[in-house]
Design a binder for this molecule. Structure first.
Ligand SMILES: Nc1ncnc2c1ncn2[C@@H]1O[C@H](COP(=O)(O)OP(=O)(O)O)[C@@H](O)[C@H]1O
Ligand SMILES: [Mg+2]
Length: 394
């Protein structure tokens, strides 16, 4: 579908964005669609990540097409203006719906994006060489978006359908890790049916884990919906809180230890995945754990140290496990692997994040910076890996 008639999105900033995107059509530089926002509770965090990437991506090397996804899932072209999407204690950024929306190619024969608006002729936005999905949580980081892009053979940064889905689900990621002999802590799962059919039995199934417990939505992030439970009388409320984010809940034994993380980056060609220096997240005592406030709003309450001050055999073990976790799930592009270095000297994997926090201040870019790769170089590396990879089954 083509048309010479430009659509006029209602928002003037978005009108500028349409013009800028159209002018880049068939330009020399690879065009990168930065997709962010989205339907999950991490919408605002995703906006903050996009702001960081928009500022840092090498504009001499790449043209960018910023595409926001509203909370109800509408794709809209947005202004190339990072300041609009910063996350601060006083402001929660959001992608708003618009009358005009962006449509991806719907078959492998097409490569261009189109803007559709009711009552207007379609407007071609031109080809996109790669999508950079900066979406966290369900409907972005969980394989759904990845599947959508696979249907039309569009290259994208990061893990494919299975690794994204397994990495989002704190239950199945543990099943896969354990199946590969990788160490994880004790847990139990409360499915929606189990909770609705026999809540007393579900509560009972947690008793073998002792106290304290961590109660989590199986598929969320940024610590949303997570509670630390010290008193069995509060378990039911904690489960209900987690269920506000996901009908499937995972309950874990609390691990006593330090939180040590590692950034993994896919290798080029047949090279093995690369691991960064390991980092430590230490949260001050006024937070029961590394909660949402500590992550995004009260950064002074958190000490991020990279390289972490741990014995070298521990950092080696975290790096080995992180690369093994990346391969166990069949990850591509990037992942951050979060481990516990327990008080009794073991290393356990807590979780893998296939689209980790990615602002310049986030742990993933910081660990690479400490390992000699700047934020701008890291973005370049990720886009290059995505451009190099083949489409279809890999
Ligand atoms: N089993 C556990 N034992 C001790 N602390 C935990 C445990 N699970 C989670 N936490 C704490 O909660 C934080 C968030 O949990 P996590 O599983 O990483 O969820 P998210 O995907 O939201 O980041 C962790 O960084 C850690 O501080
Ligand atoms: Mg985490």
């Amino acid at each position: 579908m083509t048309s010479d008639q430009p659509v006029q999105p209602s928002d003037p900033d978005q009108r500028d964005a349409v013009d800028a995107a159209s002018n880049g059509h068939r330009g020399r530089r690879p065009r990168v669609a930065i997709v962010f926002g989205g339907r999950s509770s991490e919408h605002a965090v995703s906006c903050a990540t996009a702001a960081g990437v928009m500022r840092a991506i090498d504009r001499d090397k790449y043209d960018i097409v910023p595409i926001g996804v509203s909370r109800d899932g509408q794709w809209v072209l947005v202004a190339d203006d990072p300041a609009r999407f910063e996350l601060t204690a006083g402001r929660t950024p959001e992608v708003l719906p618009d009358r005009a929306h962006v449509v991806l190619p719907l078959s492998t024969r097409e490569t261009g994006l189109t803007i559709l608006e009711a009552g207007q002729p379609p407007k071609e936005l031109g080809d996109v060489d790669v999508v950079l999905p900066l979406l966290h949580g369900p409907f972005g980081e969980d394989g759904t978006l990845q599947g959508f892009l696979e249907l039309s053979d569009i290259r994208y940064v990061g893990s494919g359908v299975f690794a994204s889905a397994a990495g989002m689900d704190k239950h199945y990621m543990k099943v896969v890790f354990a199946g590969h002999g990788l160490p994880v802590g004790p847990y139990t799962v409360i499915t929606d049916r189990a909770w609705r059919s026999d809540p007393a039995a579900a509560l009972d199934s947690c008793s073998a884990l002792g106290l304290p417990l961590f109660v989590k939505p199986a598929r969320a992030g940024s610590s949303m919906g997570i509670s630390k439970v010290d008193d069995p009388a509060l378990l039911e409320t904690a489960i209900e809180q987690a269920r506000e984010h996901d009908p499937k809940v995972i309950v874990e034994a609390a691990i006593r230890g330090r939180e040590i993380e590692c950034a993994v980056l896919e290798g080029h060609g047949t090279d093995a995945p690369r691991t960064s220096q390991v980092g430590e997240v230490a949260v001050h005592d006024n937070h029961a754990f590394y909660d949402y406030e500590a992550k995004y709003l009260a950064e002074a309450d958190v000490d991020l140290t990279c390289p972490a001050e741990v014995p070298s055999h521990i950092s080696d073990e975290v790096r080995r496990l992180s690369a093994a976790a990346f391969e166990a799930l069949g990850c591509e592009g990037l992942a951050r692997v979060d481990c516990f270095y327990t008080d009794d000297g073991r290393v356990l994997i807590n979780e893998i994040n296939t689209m980790p926090g990615f602002t310049p201040h986030s742990m993933y870019p910081r660990m690479w910076a400490a390992s000699g790769l700047t934020y701008t170089e890291l973005i370049d590396e990720l886009v290059s890996l995505a451009l190099e990879r083949r489409t279809g089954l890999r």
